[in-house]
Design a protein around this ligand. Structure first.
Ligand SMILES: *Cc1c(COP(=O)(O)O)cnc(C)c1O
Length: 810
C-alpha cells in the first residue's frame, strides 16, 4: 500500500507513470517496411504477411456470403439474443448523442448553419489477439451505421482455420456491414489506409489494437495519402476510487476484470480506508488463483497501485492527474463527486455499476482514450464518424449589416483583396437596393426551432395508440367492467382508456374550424397547449417568449415555469392597445422562439390588423413561431388566422370551446398548425388529454351550431348595448373598444368600485394590476337580464361614493 501524502512531488509523478510500452526499438522501422510492402503489392503481400504472422493461408480476403450466412447457425440463441439487445442499447444511446444541425441568424440576414455529413469511407479494426471481440465490432459498427457512412470496411484477423469468428460476423451483420476482411495487425491497417485490389481505401480508421497496430495507425495517419485515425491508443487501464462502504470482493473483481485484458494493462485503487485496501489486496490474491487468464492478470497486477489517500477529494485530484480510461466510483454518494471529475474516458458511478456493462451492453462506447489521452480526447461516438460543415448565407440585408465591418477588419490586417471581395458586393447592392430579408418558409424551418433534444423524440406509446381496433382488448390493464353506476350519459366504456385524440370530436372540430384533422391537436383547454408549446420550443435560460401586455397571463406563467426568458413588448394604450409592431419585430432578433398575438386580446378586447399580423409573421419566419390566440375570434368579424398557415408554417393558432361554445367546464382547446408540428407536439404531451365524458359532452355541446350562432349574436348585440350604457355613465372614464365577449372600462377607483359591486352581488374582474390598465375593470357580457343587473348595480355603486350617475346630470 502506498501512502499518497508521504510521497514527494517527484514520487507522485513517478507512481502514476504508465508501464512503458514493451521496449522494441525496431518497431517503427519494421512497421514502415510492412506498410511499404502492402502499398507495393496489395493483396499478395497481405496474404503473405498473414501466412507469416497468423500462420494461415487465406484464399479470398473478404468474407464470403456463405460464411456470413453460416454464422447464424453457429451461435447459440442466448448469445445472439444478448448481442441483439446490446446492439439496440448502443444504438439508442449513440443515436441520442449524435450531433445535430444548427441554424442561427447572427445578424438579420446573416444565416450561419452547421450541417452534419458522414465520413464517406471508414475502416473498423476488430482485434482478435487472444479472443474474438464482437463487442468491439458493435462499438465501432453502430456509430458508423448511425452516422450514415457510405462504405464501412471491417478488418479482423483470421483464426487458425482462416475464417473470421462467427460472433464478429454476427455483429457486423447487425450493423449492416457487408465488407469484412480477414486481415489483422499492420497488414489490416495498411490495407485500409491505402487500399488494395480487394480492400477499399478508407478515409478514417478506428479501433483498438496491440502496439504494432497502434504504431501502424500512427504511421498511416502521418502519411499524406493515408487515413485519419480515431485517437492515439495505449494499453487498457482502470482506476477505482472506493470508500469504506465498498465491498472488497467486488473491488477486487473490477480490478482483475481489467488486469485480464493484457500483461500491460494497469489497475489502480485509491481509497481513504486502509482496511479496505488490505482486504482488496487479499481478495485479488485469492481471486487470481481461480482465473483462466491468471498468467496475464498476474503480470498486469504487478503494475498495479494500491494507494491510501486522506480524503475522497484527494483521490479525485489524483485521478484527474492520471486521467484514466475507465473510472469506477465505488462510493456511497458517488454522484455527488461527478462534478469534480475533469479527466476520464468513461465513468462508472456507484457500487452496482460494473465496468463490464460499459464494455458490452449498457449502451455507452468502450473504445476510449487510454494512456492519459483522456485529458484531451473523448471516446468513440457518432461524432467520430462525421464532419461538421459550416454554411453561411448572406442576404442583401445581411451584407449591408456586416459587410462594412468586414472591410474594416480586412484592411486592419492589410489584406486588401479580402476587403475588395466585400466592397465589390456592397457596391453591387447599392445604398438603396431592396433589403427585404428572404427567410425560409418550409416546415423544416419551423421544426428546426423546436428544442434540439426533442427532434426525433419518441413520446410515450400508449396501449390505445398501438392498437385502436379489435374485438377483445386485453392490452391496457383496464377493468373489463364499466362502473356500477349508469355512466352511459358520460360516454360509454368508461372502463376503457379513451383515444388519445377522440376521432369524432376531432372530426367535428375540423369541420367547424375548416381545417384538415391532422392540423388539429386537442388539449385540456388551450391552457394546456400554451404550456405544451412553451415546453416544445423553449430551453430554460436560453430561449425567449415574446408577449404583449396587458394580455392573457398564462403566456408568461408557462414561460416562467419552463425557465424561458420573457420579453414584454407593451401594447400602446394611446392607440387603443394596438401592438407596437416595430418593437415586437426588433424583439424577434433576440432569440425569441414563441411570440404570442392574442386577438381579440384579453383583457383589452382589440383585434390586430391582418396586414400587420402578416408582416410580423413574415419577419418571424425561420426565427420564431407566432402563436395567434383566437380564444374570442367567434365574437369578432376578424378573418380567421388558420388561413395563414398554408403560406406561413411558423403560425400556430389556438382556439377554445370555453368561450363562444359554452363549454368552459369541459376543458377543450385546440392548436391548429402544420401536421408535422402537430405530430411533434403530440409526442410531448401525456397520452390521454381528452377524457371520454369530455369528448361526449363536447360533441353534444357542438351538435347545434345554429343555436350557438344565435347565442353569439345575442352576446354581440348585448356588448354594443353595454358599451353604450357604460359610456353614458359619468363614473366611467373610458370603455375600450372590444371585439370579444367582455368589455374593459376605466373608472375613478377600480378597487372601490369592484368591492361595491361585489357587495351588491355582481362579480367582475379587477384588471387594474395590468400595465396600462390602472383603474380598469373587466365585465363579461352576460344574458340581457344579467347585464341589466350589472348596470343597475354599477349605477348604485358609483352613486354610493357620491359621483353623479349620468353624464347629463353632471
Ligand atoms: C380563456 C382564454 C384561454 C384559455 O382557454 P381554455 O381553452 O379554457 O384553456 C386562452 N387564451 C385566452 C386569451 C383566454 O382568454
Amino acid at each position: 500500500m502506498i501512502v499518497w501524502n508521504d510521497l514527494s512531488a517527484a514520487a507522485r509523478v513517478e507512481i502514476l507513470q504508465r508501464p512503458a510500452a514493451t521496449a522494441y526499438p525496431e518497431r517503427g522501422a519494421d512497421v514502415a517496411r510492412l506498410i511499404a510492402q502492402i502499398r507495393a503489392d496489395g493483396d499478395a503481400s497481405a496474404r503473405a504477411l498473414t501466412r507469416r504472422f497468423d500462420g494461415v493461408e487465406i484464399g479470398d480476403l473478404c468474407v464470403s456470403t456463405e460464411e456470413f450466412d453460416a454464422c447464424d447457425a453457429q451461435l447459440p440463441e442466448a448469445l445472439k439474443a444478448a448481442m441483439r439487445a446490446a446492439f439496440a442499447r448502443i444504438k439508442a444511446f449513440h443515436g441520442a448523442c449524435a450531433p445535430t444541425a444548427v441554424a442561427l441568424e447572427t445578424a438579420p440576414g446573416v444565416l450561419c448553419e452547421r450541417i452534419v455529413v458522414a465520413i464517406d469511407r471508414v475502416g473498423l479494426y476488430v482485434p482478435a489477439g487472444s479472443a474474438p471481440l464482437p463487442s468491439t465490432a458493435l462499438m465501432l459498427g453502430v456509430p458508423a451505421m448511425l452516422a450514415g457512412c457510405k462504405q464501412i470496411v471491417l478488418c479482423s484477423p483470421p483464426d487458425a482455420s482462416g475464417s473470421v469468428h462467427p460472433t464478429v460476423l454476427y455483429a457486423a451483420k447487425l450493423c449492416g456491414i457487408e465488407t469484412v476482411v480477414k486481415l489483422g495487425g499492420v497488414q489490416a491497417i495498411a490495407a485500409m489506409a491505402f487500399g488494395t485490389q480487394t480492400v477499399p481505401k478508407c478515409d478514417k480508421i478506428f479501433g483498438p489494437g496491440n502496439a504494432w497496430v497502434t504504431e501502424a495507425k500512427q504511421q498511416v495517419s502521418l502519411s499524406a495519402d493515408g487515413a485519419a485515425i480515431d485517437m492515439p491508443a495505449g494499453p487498457s487501464e482502470v482506476l477505482v476510487i472506493a470508500d469504506r462502504f465498498a465491498n472488497a470482493e467486488i473491488v477486487a473483481a473490477d480490478l482483475l476484470s481489467q488486469a485480464e485484458h493484457g500483461p500491460d494493462s494497469q489497475v489502480i485503487l485509491l481509497s481513504d480506508d486502509a482496511h479496505l485496501i488490505a482486504q482488496v489486496q487479499a481478495a485479488v490474491a485469492r481471486q487470481l488463483l481461480t482465473l483462466e487468464r491468471a498468467d496475464v492478470a498476474t503480470q498486469s497486477i504487478a503494475n498495479s497501485r494500491f494507494i491510501w489517500v486522506d480524503t475522497i477529494e484527494t483521490a479525485l485530484a489524483v485521478s484527474n492527474q492520471y486521467a484514466p480510461e475507465h473510472l469506477l466510483l465505488n462510493l456511497q454518494h458517488a454522484r455527488q463527486y461527478l462534478s469534480q471529475i475533469r479527466n476520464a474516458g468513461s465513468i462508472f458511478l456507484g457500487p452496482l455499476t460494473p465496468e463490464s456493462t460499459g464494455d458490452y451492453n449498457a449502451g455507452t462506447n468502450h473504445v476510449l482514450p487510454t494512456y492519459g489521452h483522456a485529458r484531451a480526447y473523448s471516446g468513440v461516438s457518432v461524432a467520430s464518424f462525421i464532419k461538421l460543415i459550416t454554411v453561411q448565407t448572406l442576404s442583401a440585408e445581411g451584407l449591408a449589416a456586416i459587410g462594412p465591418e468586414a472591410v474594416t477588419l480586412a484592411r486592419a490586417e492589410g489584406l486588401e483583396a479580402h476587403a475588395l471581395a466585400v466592397q465589390k458586393r456592397l457596391d453591387l447592392i447599392g445604398a438603396d437596393a431592396p433589403v427585404e430579408p428572404v427567410r425560409p418558409s418550409t416546415v423544416a424551418s419551423v421544426l428546426s426551432l423546436v428544442r434540439p433534444d426533442f427532434l426525433g423524440f419518441k413520446g410515450y406509446s400508449s396501449a390505445r395508440m398501438e392498437a385502436s381496433t379489435g374485438a377483445t382488448f386485453l392490452n391496457a390493464n383496464e377493468s373489463p367492467w364499466p362502473p356500477f353506476v349508469d355512466s352511459s350519459a358520460a360516454g360509454n366504456a368508461l372502463n376503457r382508456y379513451p383515444a388519445p385524440q377522440p376521432p369524432q370530436l376531432l372530426q367535428r372540430l375540423a369541420e367547424i374550424y375548416a381545417v384538415p384533422s391532422d392540423m388539429l391537436l386537442i388539449g385540456r383547454g388551450s391552457d394546456e397547449l400554451i404550456d405544451l408549446l412553451t415546453r416544445a420550443f423553449c430551453r430554460a435560460g436560453v430561449d425567449r417568449v415574446l408577449t404583449m401586455p396587458p394580455t392573457f397571463g398564462m403566456y408568461k406563467v408557462c414561460a416562467n415555469v419552463q425557465g424561458a426568458i420573457v420579453l414584454e413588448v407593451p401594447l400602446l394604450p394611446e392607440q387603443n392597445f394596438a401592438p407596437d409592431w416595430q418593437a415586437a419585430t426588433r424583439g424577434l432578433a433576440a432569440g425569441v422562439k414563441l411570440a404570442y398575438v392574442c386577438t381579440p386580446n384579453n383583457p383589452t378586447g382589440g383585434v390586430v390588423q391582418r396586414s400587420d399580423l402578416v408582416a410580423f409573421i413574415k419577419a418571424a419566419l425561420g426565427r420564431a413561431v407566432v402563436v395567434v390566440d383566437e380564444a374570442y375570434i367567434e365574437f369578432s368579424d376578424a378573418p380567421p388566422a388558420p388561413d395563414l398557415i398554408a403560406e406561413f408554417p411558423n403560425v400556430v393558432v389556438l382556439r377554445t370551446l370555453s368561450k363562444a361554445y359554452g363549454l368552459a367546464g369541459a376543458r377543450v382547446g385546440c392548436a391548429i398548425a402544420r401536421p408535422e408540428l402537430i405530430a411533434l407536439l403530440r409526442t410531448l404531451m401525456a397520452p390521454y388529454p381528452v377524457a371520454s365524458p369530455v369528448a361526449t359532452a363536447a360533441l353534444h355541446g357542438l351538435a347545434d351550431l345554429a343555436q350557438i350562432a344565435a347565442r353569439i349574436g345575442i352576446l354581440k348585440s348585448e356588448r354594443v348595448r353595454l358599451a353604450l350604457a357604460l359610456s353614458s355613465l359619468a363614473g366611467v372614464v373610458k370603455v375600450w373598444p372590444s371585439a370579444a365577449n367582455f368589455l374593459t372600462f376605466e373608472v375613478a377607483d377600480a378597487k372601490t368600485t369592484y368591492r361595491a359591486l361585489a357587495a351588491l352581488g355582481v362579480v367582475l374582474r379587477d384588471v387594474s394590476h395590468y400595465p396600462g390598465l390602472a383603474q380598469n375593470l373587466r365585465v363579461s357580457v352576460g344574458t340581457p337580464v344579467e347585464n341589466d343587473q350589472f348596470l343597475k348595480a354599477l349605477v348604485e355603486a358609483l352613486a354610493s361614493f357620491s359621483l353623479p350617475a349620468s353624464k347629463e346630470a353632471a
